[in-house]
Write a protein that binds this ligand. Structure first.
Ligand SMILES: C[S@@+](CC[C@H](N)C(=O)[O-])C[C@H]1O[C@@H](n2cnc3c(N)ncnc32)[C@H](O)[C@@H]1O
Length: 281
């Protein structure tokens, strides 16, 4: 239950139960960036966001029968894409009861409630035994963790040695200029981001928690269109969305997304790693 949350996670839950639900209506149920193959690629947001999920599924490549953990599952769309394409069982966790309920409802509607289950849990203190999962992925949830190191340590604890971890996250690309810093700070304040990581911080955290074969793919160029399209999608439905949340957060969101999209100081990484056997010794 959502009663004993670590400091900061209440705000994140409130965000996803407030403006997050509003953005769902404009953007769709994949609450993450889209991936476009090249400048000529005119895929829809639905296709491009599903492609980003597919990138992580391909990177994890879970074997049939694998137990997979979705860390920060949103309303369940990526997990349902996973079970539609692979014979695995997925457990999704989120810091919002509302999201978890919606995810469970979508799984039931899709007839997949047997292989896609969702529960409220804090990724920094997971209610799972050691060695519970064969693979885990986190799509744009790590940026919200007040202690990202704890979340990665928890992922290492609940994965079996040899288990795969994939993380997709927005990051900062150093050195960050003054205007870039302003934009990053505003995003942190407005969207309950604890702090943006860098590729080096992720490498260090993964290694410190026993992960090996760390691969980092910078896909900033391929996802860059997301901010502009998101801002346009929200602007197109400004009046309708304003009725749900008031105009101020909607206008702030549009403005910030446009400035973030124009800033060279934020980027996007997909990281994959394997939990080494030494993690248990
Ligand atoms: C940007 S959304 C991404 C949702 C989903 N991964 C997707 O791609 O559609 C971030 C998610 O992280 C979850 N989250 C944030 N902090 C969390 C925490 N401490 N523990 C578990 N989930 C968390 C939120 O509840 C939300 O579902």
């Amino acid at each position: 239950m959502a009663t004993e949350q670590a400091s900061g996670t209440n705000d994140v839950a409130g965000f996803y139960e407030g403006l997050g639900q509003v953005l769902n209506k404009a953007w769709g149920e994949n609450l993450h960036y889209g991936y476009w193959e090249d400048d000529a690629d005119d895929s829809t947001v639905e296709t491009a966001t599903a492609r980003l999920t597919d990138l992580l599924i391909t990177a994890l490549d879970p074997a049939p029968g694998a137990e997979v953990l979705d860390i920060g599952c949103g309303v369940g769309k990526p997990a349902l894409q996973l079970v539609a394409t692979r014979s695995v069982r997925v457990t999704g966790i989120a810091i919002s009861e509302v999201e978890v309920e919606q995810a469970a409802q979508r799984a039931a509607e899709a007839g997949r409630a047997d292989v896609a289950v969702f529960q409220y849990a804090d990724a920094m203190a997971m209610p799972f035994a050691d060695d519970s999962f064969d693979a885990a992925y986190a799509i744009e949830s790590m940026l919200h963790m007040p202690d990202r190191g704890k979340a990665i340590a928890e992922a290492a604890r609940v994965l079996r040695p040899g288990g795969r971890l994939a993380i997709a996250d927005t990051v900062e690309i150093p050195p960050v200029g003054p205007e870039g810093r302003r934009v990053l700070d505003e995003i942190c304040a407005a969207y309950h981001v604890s702090a943006f990581a860098t590729a080096d911080e992720y490498s260090e955290l993964l290694a410190a928690n026993g992960f090996v074969d760390v691969e980092i793919r910078d896909i900033s160029d391929r996802v860059a269109r997301t901010g502009v399209i998101m801002a346009d999608a929200v602007a197109a439905r400004r009046d309708e969305l304003s009725r749900l949340s008031g105009p101020e957060p909607v206008d702030q969101y549009i403005d910030l997304m446009r400035r973030a999209a124009a800033s060279p100081d934020n980027g996007y990484l997909v990281l994959t790693a394997t939990l080494g056997a030494a993690a248990r010794s």
